[in-house]
Design a protein around this ligand. Structure first.
Ligand code: UDP
Length: 329
């Protein structure tokens, strides 16, 4: 009886695999390694290199393994890139999970935890954002994740598949020992970019827009630690296994930090001046995204351990400092 982690070689997926193995679970990973790292799962999981859309490949995995539950991280997840190349996002994100669901139906796998996003909300009217907020995405990334959420709803009705969609806010940080962490190429996320400046790998960080309607004019985001995030997935899967109904939960800390706040905290953590320059807005970025995660706390019993952006940056710094080239040795 194994847990299948799709996209298990990626940043969040690899932290999920590590936690599942620590809890004594049997873990199967599917990853096409378009952005993941094989080394991140040299941890004891059974690894299959391939794509969710490859039906022959999927049939082999489902027929040869007894899969008990699924956690699906496999997706493209960059807001900016999705604005430039929406077809890539529809093809990978929508068709990938659609194919996965086809095999869940065929092999009667009932439970899936799906990696969704705060980008499903677009520009929210109310802060903090509740799960009942209107969902009007401002970018194709959010639109494809919302599309899959809707598909899951119909699959529950038609086939009895139970799902939990977890809408992540801004995931950051690394496994506390610094063994595994975030390594994207090219890197586009704020915290790793800022830490690359501290490491001397970049001269400065560009602040994307200083004319937003926020206290300091820069975008405000809710940062959540990757280990807290994967802990919520574990709890969500257990809830489904115990007969829980299909639900959608926000995962964030409930506190907003501006781009300038993140840079300032990173200066404190690293002791480096981290030069910043003002740049144009990045297309598709909403001004403020801050979660209410009360529903996840109440129904999943989730309690984040890293509640300040500084504590999140500290673990990310530990990883980046000891692995300045990421997984490249
Ligand atoms: N950001 C920035 N400079 C960068 C990278 C990101 O100012 O070099 C901003 C971005 O516009 C957003 C916030 O930092 O407001 C977080 O962006 P990130 O890409 O980390 O996550 P996202 O919000 O896209 O999930």
């Amino acid at each position: 009886m194994a847990i299948l982690v799709c996209g298990g070689a990626g940043y969040i997926g690899s932290h999920m695999v590590k936690l599942l193995l620590e809890k004594g679970k049997e873990v199967i990973v599917i990853d096409n390694l378009q952005s993941g790292h094989r080394i991140a799962v040299d941890l004891g999981a059974k690894f299959f290199l391939g794509d969710l859309r490859d039906e022959k490949f999927m049939d082999i995995i489902f027929s040869e393994n007894k899969i008990d539950g699924i956690i699906d991280f496999a997706a493209d997840s960059l807001v900016g890139e999705s604005m430039i190349n929406p077809i890539k996002y529809y093809e990978n994100n929508m068709m990938g999970t659609t194919s996965l669901l086809k095999f869940m139906v065929k092999y009667k796998v009932k439970n899936i935890v799906f990696s969704s996003t705060a980008a499903t909300y677009g520009e929210p009217k109310n802060i903090p954002i509740l799960e009942t907020e209107l969902t009007i995405p401002t970018n194709p990334y959010g639109e494809t994740k919302l599309g899959v959420e809707k598909l899951l709803k119909w699959c529950e009705l038609a086939y009895g598949i139970k799902y939990t969609a977890l809408r992540y806010f801004n995931v950051a940080g690394a496994y506390p020992t610094g063994e595994i962490g975030e390594d994207h190429n090219p890197e586009t996320h704020l915290i790793p970019i800022v830490l690359q400046v501290a490491l001397g790998k970049r001269e400065n960080v560009g602040i994307y827009g200083t004319d937003y309607n926020t206290p300091d004019g820069t975008c405000v985001r809710d940062y959540v630690h990757v280990m807290d995030l994967v802990d919520a997935h574990m709890k969500a899967l257990e809830r489904l296994e115990n007969g829980g109904n299909s639900e959608i939960y926000n995962l964030g800390n409930g506190e907003g930090f501006s781009v300038k706040d993140v840079i300032e905290s990173s200066r404190e953590v690293t002791g480096h001046p981290i030069p910043a320059i003002l740049s144009e807005r990045r297309a598709g970025d909403p001004s403020i995204l801050v979660a209410s995660s009360e529903k996840a706390k109440k129904e999943l019993g989730w309690e984040p351990q890293y509640t300040t952006v500084k504590s999140i940056i500290e673990t990310a710094w530990k990883w980046h400092k000891s692995n300045p080239e990421g997984y490249k040795k």
